[in-house]
Design a binder for this molecule. Sequence first.
Ligand code: K1U
Ligand code: ZN
Length: 167
Amino acid sequence: MALLPILHYPDPRLHTRASPVTVVDESIRQLVSDLEETMRAAEGIGLAATQVNVHKRVIVLDISEDQQHLQVFINPRLISSDGQVEREEGCLSVPGIYDRVTRADRVVVEALDRDGRPFTVQAEGLLATCIQHEMDHLEGKVFVEYLSQLKLNRIRTKLRKRARETL
Ligand code: K1U
Ligand code: ZN
């Protein structure tokens, strides 16, 4: 396993649209392990391959209390969505910024697991929010882009300043 560096907003590579995985082989399973290790080290509850500059449609999530229930989504596809809920979100690519975003409250998603087997999940609550947040990463979209232009400009300025200070 390897710890991978996480891209930070406004890195333009976060706006890359990820390509579908054609074969779920050992290299994809290695990527899944690396994403898991990186997510756990950063104390996140999700991570998309885009965030580590790998532009393949792979997501890992673990919203469980004991952090022992990894969920892997390869080539996730939204089948249906229902309801609306506003929830506070954070992002390992936008450290220290939290804000409320409105998304569907329930989603049905199809994907492949780490053995390449298709499965369907019906998600609600935090899991539904997290799946939508991570699927957005695969489309090159970061959650702060749902906020007002004013908030977005403030966040960009703050993060650029912070990046300069850590040089
Ligand atoms: O960077 C990421 O995509 C991971 C992100 C997942 C996420 C959290 C909350 C709502 C939507 C998506 C994080 O893990 S941020 C850090 C975190 O653990 C967290 C932040 C806010 C609420 C709950 C957890
Ligand atoms: Zn994120």
